[in-house]
Design a protein around this ligand. Structure first.
Ligand code: AGP
Length: 610
C-alpha cells in the first residue's frame, strides 16, 4: 500500500526520492507526489496515475532542494485524484506531510479543525495531520508532531517537513511500517528497505510509538513521552540487484523461476548434512513446544492457502490439531486462546495489518507466537516470540509466487521438527521425508522447463477468453486449487473459483458447461481415484478440463482436453510442484490479455491497512 520516502542531506532530494518511490511501486498505488524545500518555500508536485506521469512533469519543471518527502498513494479515503494525493500541507504552507495508514478519528479532528476556520482541500483522513501539527508548532517540529499524534487514533507512518526548519526531516510510526536509512551526512526514511537500499544498507526499524528527527548531522529517536529510544542499526543482507527484473519481462516471471533456488536456500538454512532440522529462532524451548495442545495458523490470501497446506503437513507429521484462520476473521472472532495454543502468523511482508493485529491478540491472550515470515525485521517478525524466516528474498510482483512455495517449505520443515519433538515421527521417517523434500527443487526445475508448453496451452481460446473458470483439487491439493484460482483471478481479472473437488456435486457442478474451463489437480496420491471420478462427472456434462497430473499418467488424457505433467513426488509435497504450472497458467493468460501482471488493478503488495 502507500509508499513513503524522505530525504535530508547534500544530494538532489528530487532524484533520490523519485528513485526510492520507484522501488516502492510494487506496493501498489494510484497517485504519487513529492514536496521539497526549495528556496525557503515548500514546492509540491502531485499527479494521478503511475510515477512516470509525475516524473514527466518534474523533468520539465524540476524541484531543487536537499530536503524532501515523497509518496505513492493507494486510495482509501477519497478517490484517486490530485487533491487527495500526498503530500498534504497546512493553510500557511509551512508544513508538508506524507502518511501511510488510516486515521480512525479523522472526522472528529477534521470537524474540530474546520471549526477554527481551516478549509480542507482533500477528502482524505491524512490532511488532518498538517493542520493538527501546525496547531502545536512552536518552533520545534518533532515536538509538534509528538503532541499532534497524541490526538490521533489509528495507524500511521508519516514523514513531515517544516519550511522554518530547512535541515529537519521528521518521521513517526504507529501500526504502519517505517524505516530509517543511515548514510554518510545523509539520512532517509522509507516504507521499507528497498526505498533506501541503493544508498545505504544500514537501517533502523522504527517501533510503534516512536518518532525520529533526521538532519545531515545525524538522527535522534524518541518515544511518545519524549524520552530517547535506543536502537542498534541492522544491515540489509540482500543486494539491490535482487530487487530488479534481471532480464525477465516481469518480476512475477523472474520470481516463479527463482523458486528452485529459493527452496534449496531454505533447506540449507534449516537442515544439516545429518538430517537434523535446526530452527534456532523459535523463541520457545522443546519442552514448551512438545506440550502444545493446538496450533492456530493465521494469514491472508496466498499465505492463508499456504497455512491450509500446512495443516495437512503438521497434522500428518506432528499429530497436533491445527486450525487455519483468515486473520481478518480471527481478529474479530473472540477465539479461544491459551498458553498451550501456538499461533503461527504466515506472511511474506510481515506487515499485513490483519495478521499483525492477530499477533497482538494472540499475545494479549497469553498464546505463544511463532511467525513464518519473509521480510527480515518486519513488524510481525519483531512482535512474535519466535520466527522462521522463509528466505525467499525480495518479492516484488503483487502476485505471490516464490513467497508461497517458501512458506510451504518452512511449514513442511516445521511439521517434521515438531514431529520429532513430539515423537510422532522417527529419525528415519524424517530422513525419508527430507530426501523427498530435497528432490523438490530439481523437480520444480523440470516443471519450469515446460514453460513454453504451458504458455501454448494457456493461450488456447477456451482458457484465455473464458469469462469464468474453476480450479478443483482434493486433500493437500484443495488449497492448491484455491491458490491457482487466486493467482489467475488477481492478475487476469477472470472470475475464478477454487473448490474442493468433492464439493462439486453439492452445488458448483450446476455451472459446468462447454464454456467453463475446469483446472483439475490430479497428481498421484491417496485421493487420485476420487479426483478422477469428479473429472468423469464434469466430462459427462461437457466441461473443458485441463488436468495437472503425474508424469506417466497417460490415461487421464482420455478425460481431459489438456494435460500438464509434474514429476512424481511425495503426495504431501506435491503442492510445491503443482504451484509452478498454476502460476505459469495465470501468468501467460494475464500476459495474453495484456494485463499489468506485476501491478494488477486495485491491488497492493503489502496490505498495511485493515
Ligand atoms: C497473493 O498473490 C497476494 N499477494 C495476497 O493474497 C497476499 O498473499 C496477502 O495479501 C498476504 O500478504 P502477506 O503474505 O504479505 O501477509
Amino acid at each position: 500500500m502507500c509508499g513513503i520516502v524522505g530525504y535530508v542531506g547534500e544530494g538532489e532530494a528530487q532524484d533520490i526520492i523519485l528513485e526510492g518511490l520507484a522501488r516502492l511501486e510494487y506496493r501498489g498505488y494510484d497517485s504519487a507526489g513529492i514536496s521539497l524545500l526549495q528556496d525557503g518555500a515548500l514546492a509540491t508536485c502531485k499527479r494521478v496515475g503511475k510515477l512516470a506521469v509525475l516524473r514527466t512533469v518534474l523533468e520539465t519543471t524540476p524541484l531543487r532542494g536537499r530536503l524532501g518527502i515523497g509518496h505513492t498513494r493507494w486510495a482509501t479515503h477519497g478517490a484517486p485524484a490530485e487533491e487527495n494525493a500526498h503530500p498534504h500541507w497546512d493553510v500557511a504552507q509551512d508544513i508538508a506531510v506524507v502518511h501511510n495508514g488510516i486515521i480512525e478519528n479523522f472526522q472528529e479532528l477534521r470537524q474540530e479543525l474546520e471549526a477554527t476556520g481551516i478549509v480542507f482541500r482533500s477528502a482524505t483522513d491524512s490532511e488532518v495531520l498538517p493542520h493538527l501539527i501546525q496547531q502545536y508548532y512552536q518552533g520545534d517540529l518533532i515536538e509538534a508532531v509528538r503532541l499532534a499524534l497524541q490526538r490521533v487514533r489509528g495507524a500511521y507512518a508519516i514523514g513531515v517537513l517544516h519550511r522554518g526548519e530547512p535541515e529537519v526531516l521528521v518521521g513517526a510510526r504507529q501500526g504502519s511500517p517505517l524505516i530509517l536509512g543511515l548514510g554518510q551526512g545523509e539520512y532517509f526514511i522509507g516504507s521499507d528497505a528497498s526505498a533506501v537500499v541503493k544508498h545505504t544498507r544500514q537501517v533502523i526499524y522504527l517501533n510503534d510509538g516512536e518518532l525520529c528527527k533526521l538532519t545531515p548531522a545525524g538522527y535522534h529517536i524518541i518515544d511518545m513521552t519524549g524520552a530517547p529510544a535506543r536502537h542498534t542499526p541492522s544491515t540489509i543482507d540482500w543486494d539491490p540487484v535482487q530487487a530488479e527484473k534481471e532480464g525477465y519481462p516481469h518480476y512475477m516471471l523472474k520470481e516463479i523461476f527463482q523458486q528452485p533456488e529459493v527452496l534449496r536456500h531454505a533447506l540449507l538454512a534449516y537442515v544439516d548434512s545429518k538430517n537434523n532440522i535446526e530452527m534456532p529462532d523459535l523463541g520457545l524451548d522443546s519442552q514448551r513446544l512438545a506440550g502444545l495442545r493446538r496450533i492456530v495458523i493465521v494469514a491472508c490470501g496466498t499465505a492463508w492457502h499456504a497455512g491450509l497446506v500446512g495443516k495437512y503437513m503438521v497434522e500428518q507429521f506432528a499429530r497436533i490439531p491445527v486450525e487455519v484462520d483468515l486473520a481478518s476473521e480471527f481478529r474479530y472472532g473472540n477465539r479461544v486462546l491459551d498458553a498451550d495454543t501456538l499461533v503461527i502468523p504466515v506472511t511474506q511482508s510481515g506487515e499485513t495489518a490483519d495478521t499483525l493485529e492477530a499477533v497482538r491478540i494472540a499475545r494479549t491472550n497469553g498464546a505463544p507466537v511463532i511467525g513464518i515470515v519473509n521480510v527480515v525485521g518486519s513488524s510481525i517478525a519483531r512482535s512474535a516470540d519466535g520466527v522462521i524466516y522463509t528466505h525467499a528474498g525480495p518479492e516484488i510482483g503483487v502476485a505471490s509466487t516464490k513467497a508461497y512455495t517458501s512458506q510451504l517449505c518452512a511449514l513442511a520443515l516445521f511439521s517434521l521438527y515438531m514431529g520429532r519433538i513430539r515423537n510422532t515421527v522417527t529419525p528415519e521417517d524424517v530422513a525419508t521425508q527430507l530426501t523427498q523434500l530435497r528432490e523438490i527443487p530439481g523437480k520444480l526445475e523440470q516443471c519450469l522447463e515446460q514453460a513454453d508448453a504451458i504458455a501454448a496451452c494457456a493461450r488456447k481460446d477456451h482458457y484465455m477468453h473464458a469469462k469464468n473458470a474453476m480450479f478443483i483439487g482434493r486433500g493437500v491439493n484443495y488449497p492448491s486449487a484455491m491458490e491457482g484460482a487466486l493467482k489467475l483471478k488477481e492478475i487476469s481479472y477472470i472470475h475464478v473459483e477454487g473448490y474442493a473437488a468433492g464439493e462439486m456435486k453439492h452445488g458448483p457442478i450446476a455451472l459446468v458447461t462447454p464454456e467453463l474451463p475446469v483446472v483439475c489437480l490430479a497428481p498421484q496420491g491417496s485421493v487420485y481415484e476420487k479426483v478422477r471420478s469428479n473429472l468423469e462427472e464434469i466430462r459427462a456434462r461437457g466441461g473443458v478440463i485441463l488436468s495437472i497430473a503425474t508424469e506417466g499418467d497417460d490415461n487421464i488424457k482420455t478425460i481431459s482436453n489438456d494435460v500438464l505433467y509434474i514429476p512424481a513426488c511425495a503426495e504431501m509435497f506435491s503442492p510445491l510442484l503443482v504451484a509452478a504450472p498454476l502460476q505459469l497458467i495465470a501468468y501467460y493468460i494475464a500476459c495474453g490479455l495484456g494485463r499489468d501482471v506485476d501491478q494488477p488493478r486495485n491491488l497492493a503488495k503489502s496490505v498495511t491497512v485493515e
